[in-house]
Ligand binder design. Sequence first.
Ligand code: GRF
Length: 203
Amino acid sequence: MTAKTRVAVLISGRGSNLKALIAACADADFPAEIALVFSNVEAAEGLAAAREASIATVAFSHKGFESREAFDAAVDAELTKAGIELVCLAGFMRIQSEGFVRKWEGRMINIHPSLLPSFKGIRVHQQALDAGVKISGCTVHFVAADLDSGPIIAQAAVPVLPGDTVETLAARVLEEEHRIYPEALKLLAEGHVQLDNGRAVFT
Ligand code: GRF
C-alpha cells in the first residue's frame, strides 16, 4: 500500500469543510490523511471535530506575534514538525505572508464560497445577492499571494433563487463546498493536478 499524503487543515471557526475532509479521509482508498489541524482561534468549533477523529491539533492565536511573518513562521514550524506535504485552508481567516505562500506554492489550496474570480474577500454571499447574479457557487484554488486568487482546481455552481437570503444561499453553496473540496484534494494528492508556471495543469 502506498503511503497516504500527509495533509494539514487550517481553520478559524466552525469547521464544516474540515468535517467533510475528515469524512473523505476515512475511506481506506482516499489518497490523503489529515495529520494535523491548526487553528489561530483557540476556541474554534472545528477543533473539537478533529479531536473526536483523533487528529492532532495545534492552536495558537496570531495576536501574540510581532508580525504576520513571525506568526506564519511558527505555523510553518508546526507543519514541518508534523511532516505535512499539503495544506488545506478551510475557513482560515488570515492573510498569509508572501514568504509562507511562496514556500507552500502548489501545495496549498483554499475553498472560497463564490465562483471566483467573482466576489473575493468577505461577505461573499451578500456581494452575490447585491450583484443580482442568478448563479453562484464555490471554488477550490491553489493559494497565490493575492487574496482569493490562484489557479482554479474545481468549481461547482448553484442557482440563486428568488427570496434568497445570505443564510439560504450560504447553505446551498456549502453543500457543494463539502462535495468539491475532498474531490479537489484527491486530485492534488494523486498528482492529477499540479501547479505549473502559474497554471493548474490536469493529467
Ligand atoms: C466556507 O464557506 C469557506 O468557503 C470559507 O469559509 C467558510 C468556512 O466554513 N472560506 P467552515 O468553517 O468550513 O464551516
